[in-house]
Design a binder for this molecule. Structure first.
Ligand code: ADP
Ligand code: CIR
Length: 352
């Protein structure tokens, strides 16, 4: 166990150009302090740093082996969390979704020319199970059963059906993935963290008839709740998600949460609100400018390709979302994204 952490640390140090948050936070002293510790789920320092040490082109580079890792490995994880979310202290506020009857926004692109689709997601973890590096196949299946039983209680617009990956045809999987509804096992960062162990057992997707509300089961997090639709109506998408979160919180599931950190997730970049609100938006001109990244950084927004993180843009369409999820409330994260998208639209029009 200790040798494995040391071996991984050597790998990380070998790449002197590494810029990940892990490489900034993992010092020789921290390795020494943490290498022999274990969580009650048997999670180790090696489990947390493997992905970032084997993939030195990581942005973050660290995952929590399980909910307790945020305590056991706090000297490392707290440094990464503060760096990613740009906060000095870990005092995440209580959830606040705002007054959904009085939202200050609606459709971000009424002309319909630029925004292709809008999506808001949150992650949730069952508090009694470990994360991918430590969870057993049996526990993952058990957790899937509990989740599906809770999802079966949803009604109205949220009513849908569960589709396990086991037994799903390749064609269906490919189509659902291309249409941006389903995940796959192609992320090497997640793979190195143990994210695809026992694939596809225990994984699946729930969706309503028109695929505007979806739940991912055992992708990166135990649960991801997703609301999405074509066009730019952020209000409709957000209100639907808030309704779903409220329904699922009272359905018998109990989610992992920690004072100061908010909801716990596998990747520290998702802690807190766990909320990522995104649009797929056509911005060929802005994206071609040399300071596109700086423009996004200034607004606390992030640009991704259209098939998810670490993918490329296609035809000038980018995924633009809020970057910070911790240290602000849900409604503030949504507002940060809205302001960012409005600025992106204004800038693209200026360049036209
Ligand atoms: P997340 O961490 O939010 O799950 P990813 O970057 O892994 O995000 O993307 C997951 C999937 O969601 C991908 O298939 C991506 O294309 C899709 N997606 C993200 N934002 C949008 C959007 N605004 N409209 C349609 N699909 C989206
Ligand atoms: C990285 O460090 O680049 C990857 N481990 C991804 C980090 C953030 N994204 C995520 O968790 N989806």
């Amino acid at each position: 166990m200790e040798q494995e952490a040391e071996r991984l640390y050597e790998l990380l140090k070998k790449d002197t150009n590494c810029k990940s948050l892990l490489s900034k936070a993992l010092t020789a002293d921290r390795v020494k302090e943490l290498k022999s510790k274990k969580t009650k789920f048997n999670g180790t320092l090696a489990d947390c740093i493997r992905s970032g040490c084997e993939n030195t082109d990581s942005g973050v580079g660290v995952y929590a082996s399980d909910p307790e890792a945020y305590t056991t490995f706090a000297p490392l994880l707290d440094a990464v969390i503060k760096d990613y979310h740009k906060v000095d202290a870990l005092n995440h506020p209580n959830p606040d979704f705002g007054d959904t009857d009085k939202l200050q926004f609606g459709d971000l692109d009424p002309s319909g020319d630029m925004i292709v689709s809008t999506r808001v997601r949150v992650g949730r973890s069952h508090d009694s199970y470990g994360f991918p590096p430590v969870i057993s196949k049996e526990d993952r299946v058990d957790m899937e059963k509990k989740t599906v039983a809770a999802l079966a209680k949803l009604d109205g617009e949220l009513k849908g059906s569960y589709h396990p990956l086991t037994g799903m045809s390749k064609e269906t999987q490919t189509q659902l993935t291309e249409d941006h509804f389903l995940f796959n096992n192609s992320d090497r960062f997640l793979e190195a963290a143990g994210g695809y162990k026992d694939w596809p057992t225990g994984r699946g997707i729930y969706f309503n008839d028109n695929k505007t509300f979806l739940v991912w089961v055992n992708e990166e997090d135990h649960l991801r709740f997703i609301s999405m639709q074509k066009g730019g109506n952020l209000k409709e998408v957000y209100v639907r998600l808030v309704k779903a979160i409220r329904a699922l919180e009272t359905s018998g599931l109990s989610f992992a949460k920690r004072d100061g950190l908010g909801y716990l997730t596998f990747c520290p970049s998702n802690l807190g609100t766990t909320l990522r609100a995104s649009v797929h938006i056509k911005i060929p001109k802005l994206a071609a400018t040399p300071d596109f990244k700086a423009f996004c950084d200034k607004l606390n927004i992030q640009a991704r390709g259209i098939h998810g993180e670490h993918t490329e843009s296609v035809g000038g369409v980018y995924d633009i979302s809020n970057k910070r999820r911790l240290g602000l409330t849900e409604i503030q994260a949504i507002e940060e994204m809205r302001k960012g998208v409005e600025a992106v639209i204004a800038e693209e029009k200026k360049l036209a």
